[in-house]
Design a protein around this ligand. Sequence first.
Ligand SMILES: N[C@@H](CCC(=O)N[C@@H](CS)C(=O)NCC(=O)O)C(=O)O
Length: 226
Amino acid sequence: MNLKLIYFKMRALAEAPRILFHYTGIEFEDLMSWEYYGEDWSITKPKVSFKQLPVLIIDDKHEVAQSIAILNYIEKIAGLDIKDQIQSAKADAILQSAQELFAPLNPTVNFATGENFIEKRDTIKPILMSRFDDFDRILTSSGKKYFIDEKPHACDFAVFHHLDLSKKLDPTLIENFPRLEKFIYDISSIDSVANYLNNRPELIDVSIEPKLLINGIPHPTGVKQT
Ligand SMILES: N[C@@H](CCC(=O)N[C@@H](CS)C(=O)NCC(=O)O)C(=O)O
């Protein structure tokens, strides 16, 4: 099976699928939109199923859009999908609750600058605090290492991504939630995940002029080839 994950220069919705791929050891190609389609995003956009990325291309034939669908698919082919229907439904609830953090958090960290960043950060903080409180409470009351059991699932990697990204918005937010800090530590300590996290493009100059450091070269975040 040939798998290609197509995205842009940003640390956002492809991150949990990437981490899950690395965790499962399933090989995939990680490609920018222009590397796969060979043209500017403005030309590609109307041709992609929901006019947005990420998409997963399977065997150069099937296109799967929506990051949650991609995560679910990776879990299934890795045999990690949760067989118990109630636990599976609870995992879906965690995943969707993590996904709801995308819109305020990810574009702000990846793109906002100056006063605009500060305004957005201050609006987002209470939203994050409330949802982090939910995650903290649910994780603590589960008594498990991760949200469902002793092994991480797609929902854990989705939550991890948003918690981790929040450190770029305001590193002090997460400090209010020691159980979530432990969760971040546990996920980051998995060898295959640590290897990915230590080698992924660093997101730098957040709030000033955000860039991804790709192979040592700073590239402005965005949908355009640089
Ligand atoms: N619900 C979709 C949202 C996808 C999405 O918002 N993609 C953004 C990047 S994070 C995008 O394609 N932006 C470019 C555009 O809309 O033209 C998912 O979870 O995959």
